[in-house]
Design a protein around this ligand. Sequence first.
Ligand code: SF4
Ligand code: SF4
Length: 388
Amino acid sequence: MSDRQGYVRLARRVSLRLLEEPYLYDRWGDELYELNQDALEGLKRCRGHLTLEQAGLDPEFAAYCLEEGLLELSESPWPMPLALGPSPSPSLRYLELQITWRCNLACAHCYLGPAAKIDLPVEQIAALLREFEAMGGLRVMLSGGEPLMHPWWDEINALLAALPVRRVLLSNGLLLGVKMLERLNCDEVQISLDGLEPGHERLRGKGSFGKAVAAARAVKASGRDLSIATMVHAGNLDQFGELDRLVRSLGAMEWGIDAPSLSGRLAANPELAVSPEQAASAMAHAYGGAYHGGGGGMACGQHLATVAADGKVAQCGFYLDDPLGWAEEGLWTCWERRRPLAISELRGCSKCEAAMDCGGGCRFRAGDPLGPDPVMCAAYGITPKETT
Ligand code: SF4
Ligand code: SF4
């Protein structure tokens, strides 16, 4: 069988998305390929009912897609449905689901405050996932609390099995044994690692470091993507050189480093706070993608929403006191209430020479919602008052 006589369809790991532009999304590689109208129309015909020749794709483009594993061929028809609806504007690409506020740790910096036996019901999670997929969502992040503490975790895990978006588990690693990983329906696991042993355990308690590192190794061994999340604090500032070596040796595809905001439990532990300069210096070690960012002249969180365990929908986890609405109203309804912020509206940032790269930093950390983010100003060597 020559390639052109094979029946062609999109590989299971990819799907079409109508966001601000048409895209092909590869959820394994977490990669968006922007499409022109011809490519979009051609790929819409790749549903397993036509041969490559009949689908009429540009031969060079088709060869590229086959080589990259974005298209698959079969000797006989293997029809698949095409679900391709419109997305809101701006598109909702990233959804954090805080499925439970239960936790098996009591971290000194947790922005949620005390753990609580509050869980998103499984039926509500199912409805949110359906709506997120229909809105063109790319990546769902299951967080908490500790998401594996949800009493109906197995049912939630089953919902993830056939979900055509990238599925990311955000975990402290304590419950991530080999058996849990064997049945986990996630593409990526993010483990929290808040320093080397002394720094990590200063926040998370004795014995937690070894378990987190073991979980990170087990994630890699299971063949899933690993990412690491680290909070900068006064007890780990001296550890970033060594931690950098550890994170890279673990094979993490992404290292997200954040500076704490004085909320949740951290408000009761102010001695953990760091200066903007200290935070910026540690954050320079971070690498890999980010889903908080803005882009196109807009401030952070342009494509992100969070649903909390009590059903509140907010622009991110820091805005649960000022929610957009409730999950039962529907994601689209809540998302439409969000007012995107342009960088030109930010008093401290609109004239800043670093604004296009920085994007105005984190709006919550800025304190004043229209003011500069001191950590990012330190990172870019900007004196905030110069820009007001
Ligand atoms: S306010 Fe901060 S935490 Fe929230 S989306 Fe923006 S960068 Fe992320
Ligand atoms: S460096 Fe500071 S002033 Fe400039 S855009 Fe970023 S947060 Fe705003």
